[in-house]
Design a protein around this ligand. Structure first.
Ligand SMILES: [Zn+2]
Ligand SMILES: [Zn+2]
Length: 468
């Protein structure tokens, strides 16, 4: 058992990495980096409790450690706009009260979340793609990656004691459909930086091969849509703007009208438009209210609800209670998404209700209708080969994912790896990563009143056991 660290003061000769959430689990990322007496937060996300913990719908890492040293917090740097990286900013900002840094798309999402919580005055600094800037004692450089949302960024954090490459969520996609491809030249150049360690996404470290490209989905989706006799409704993650653009192009190519259904998806399209990620040459979207009046064979709709969320558009369609669309037996529903573990029951319930309506259900088990946004084994090997880090600290995964990523790194001749968990204070130095001790961690849950409350010890234990 490691000694608890009672006083953690990052020195001028080291960089500390201290994840409070997201290491040993997938979701609610909250990473701290410490150097020369100051701290930096990288990402501040949430997790949805899902079917197993319905009373804990929105969860986030307990930031108590950094709240108690808030005067030493230099800022929050966001890598990208997924909920598990940005979702807690509006819930926790009042406790942290520091500047927020993000690239334009992520900044737009963060501002929207803050404004909805009445926090319009929070300083969100919009940083151009690829920019270098300073936050306290840290130099920060955004390095362009590809993922499943516009503007995924890795971070090169530099200090006089050395640099850390924090990958954020990534894959290597030559055809990302929207936005730039990854910055291969910069990634290959990282080997000449004074790196202490690379802190790397482990989500798909147990998946062999390479993750497919977003650009590979147009042809199979078009084939399915052309073969369909009635309406086609496609459910996917609301934030996957590239998938929505692909679907809009499939609609165009198959002579159908396209619209999006569900608040989260409509909002993402609005942000994509405002930040230049919605192609101007696409036909105008048909309003959800009008889609139901068109002949079914002329309709292709994208909607929320791929995880069986109770109030999402698809769940309502499956219950035959959606305001705008009532499905017919000739219709097809495509799940252009993966099933997130924990959501098996609600998704199976939506499938069976759809089938009871006579609707044809197509999932990624039936056809090539989804690609992941995270690196599989061969992608991890490629990036380790490019960067040649002296040490790897896996993050963004359950313990099984972290161990698998560590094995891959060792196989790529990375000299040192450190598999750590939330609360571990990991010293990064030329001597390699070293866990100095552990600080208390926990989770906060959003109560129906809007207040945040610590998750009780028994529930926390059950949640940890569920991760495996
Ligand atoms: Zn992500
Ligand atoms: Zn993530």
């Amino acid at each position: 058992m490691l000694q608890a660290v009672l006083s953690v003061e990052p020195g001028a000769d080291e960089v500390l990495f201290l994840p409070l959430g997201g290491t040993g689990e997938i979701g609610m990322n909250l990473n701290l980096y410490g150097h020369d007496g100051r701290w930096l937060i990288v990402d501040i996300g949430i997790t949805f409790g899902g079917d197993d913990f319905p009373e804990h719908d929105v969860l986030m890492a307990d930031p108590a450690f950094i709240v108690s040293r808030r005067q030493r917090l230099a800022g929050i740097v966001l890598t990208h706009a997924h909920e598990d990286h940005v979702g807690a900013v509006a819930y926790l900002w009042k406790r942290l009260k520091c500047p927020v840094y993000a690239t334009p798309f992520t900044a737009a999402v963060a501002r929207w979340k803050l404004a909805r919580a009445g926090l319009d005055a929070v300083p969100v600094h919009e940083v151009p793609l690829g920019a270098r800037f300073e936050v306290g004692p840290f130099g920060v450089e955004y390095v362009g990656m590809t993922h499943s949302i516009p503007e995924p960024n890795a971070l090169l954090l530099t200090t006089p004691a050395g640099a850390v490459f924090h990958t954020g969520d990534w894959k290597l996609d030559e055809r990302p459909v929207v936005g730039r491809s990854y910055d291969a030249e910069r990634l290959r150049g990282l080997r000449s930086e004074p790196l202490l360690a690379m802190v790397c996404d482990s989500t798909n470290a147990v998946v062999p091969g390479s993750t497919g490209s977003e650009g590979s989905l147009f042809a199979p989706l078009l084939e399915l849509v052309q073969a369909a006799g009635g309406r086609v409704v496609v459910t996917s993650f609301a934030s996957n703007v590239a998938r929505l653009v692909t679907l809009a192009r499939v609609a165009e190519a198959s002579g159908r009208r396209f619209g999006v259904i569900g608040q989260a998806m409509e909002r993402m399209v609005a942000v994509a438009r405002a930040t230049g990620y919605w192609p101007a040459d696409l036909p105008a979207l048909v309003d959800a209210r009008h889609l139901g009046y068109l002949p079914p064979v002329e309709v292709l709709a994208a909607c929320t609800g791929s995880q069986g969320e109770p109030s999402a558009a698809l769940t309502r369609m499956a219950a035959d209670s959606h305001r705008d669309i009532l499905l017919d037996p000739t219709d097809t529903v495509i799940f252009s998404s993966k099933l997130i573990p924990g959501n098996e029951r609600p998704v199976a319930a939506v499938h069976s209700r759809l089938r009871a309506l006579g609707v044809e259900v197509v999932t990624d088990a039936d056809a090539h209708v989804h690609v992941s946004g995270h690196p599989a084994v061969e992608d991890l090997k490629r990036l380790y080969d490019w960067v040649q880090p002296p040490a790897v600290v896996p993050t963004h995964g359950t313990p099984r994912h972290l161990r698998a990523n560590a094995e891959i790194a060792l196989g790529c001749h990375v000299p040192r790896v450190a598999v750590i968990g939330n609360g571990d204070v990991c010293r990064l130095s030329a001597a390699g990563p070293e866990v100095l001790g552990r600080v208390p961690t926990g989770r906060l849950a959003l109560a129906p009143s809007g207040q945040l409350a610590p998750v009780s010890a028994p529930v926390l234990a059950a949640m940890r056991a569920a991760v495996g």
